[in-house]
Design a protein around this ligand. Structure first.
Ligand code: SAM
Length: 217
């Protein structure tokens, strides 16, 4: 039997996706029911991502790129926190059409995060967010992470979720360590949080000795 998140669901298909072509077809079919399938108490990545960005800049006054924006779940939380200048980029025109309905984006662009973001200038944004897009069969670490570092201002922030199962096997750990080793400019630092979720217990983002991001309200 197919449920909203179980076997045969769009979520299961997303996890089994192998290519941009698969993703375009999947998200075209899923766009209209995506938000209903993934309520905020089940799919916490957008809320945690937006809150981490808002923690950095409590009213998120700067310009933000929401990369792999989907239907706009991250930007809606950002906007509720005071953000006003949010652009969205996604591979799927159908997801972008849903994002447009939120009314919180300034500009929405079809773009492919598996390629260099040639239309975006260096240091263009104060904040780059990317939730749920570094996952099975979607977007890998190269060139996306390096591109995020390039397009964010030196004193800006990149907030991205990376699914644990591919953190090492997908090369994310290696690429982030390489970016850290290169320094990626003065004042750049990297913080990793590990999310643990269970249906019964609040989810926490862990790094020993650091503040927890907390449970979405
Ligand atoms: C699980 S959804 C996450 C959407 C949104 N950030 C959220 O948290 O709800 C993954 C998104 O990644 C987008 N995506 C997949 N491959 C992509 C690519 N190569 N470039 C840009 N976006 C991509 C999909 O179209 C989809 O909107």
């Amino acid at each position: 039997m197919s449920t909203r998140t179980g076997e045969g669901s769009h979520l299961a298909q997303a996890r089994a996706s192998h290519s941009g072509t698969d993703n375009k077809a999947l998200y075209k079919e899923w766009a209209a029911s995506y938000n209903a399938d993934l309520p905020a108490d089940v799919y916490i990545a957008p809320t945690l991502t937006a809150k981490a960005a808002l923690n950095f800049d409590s009213s998120a006054k700067g310009s933000i790129l929401d990369a792999g924006c989907g239907t706009g779940l991250v930007a809606e939380v950002l906007a509720r926190g005071g953000a006003q200048t949010i652009d969205g980029l996604d591979l799927s025109p159908a997801m972008l059409a849903e994002a447009g309905k939120t009314g919180v984006y300034q500009k929405l662009t079809v773009g492919d995060l598996t390629r260099p973001l040639v239309d975006i200038a260096d240091e263009r944004y104060d904040i780059v967010t990317c939730a749920g897009t570094f996952t099975h069969g979607h977007v890998g670490p190269c060139p996306a992470l390096r591109e995020f570092v390039r397009i964010v201002k030196t004193d800006g922030i990149v907030v991205a979720t990376i699914i644990d199962a591919i953190w090492e096997s997908g090369g994310f750990k290696r690429e982030i360590e390489a970016l850290e080793a290169e320094g990626a400019g003065p004042g750049r630092q990297c913080r990793h949080y590990r999310l643990r979720a269970s249906p019964r217990r609040p989810c926490r983002a862990h790094r020993p000795g650091e503040t927890e991001l907390g449970w979405p309200e």
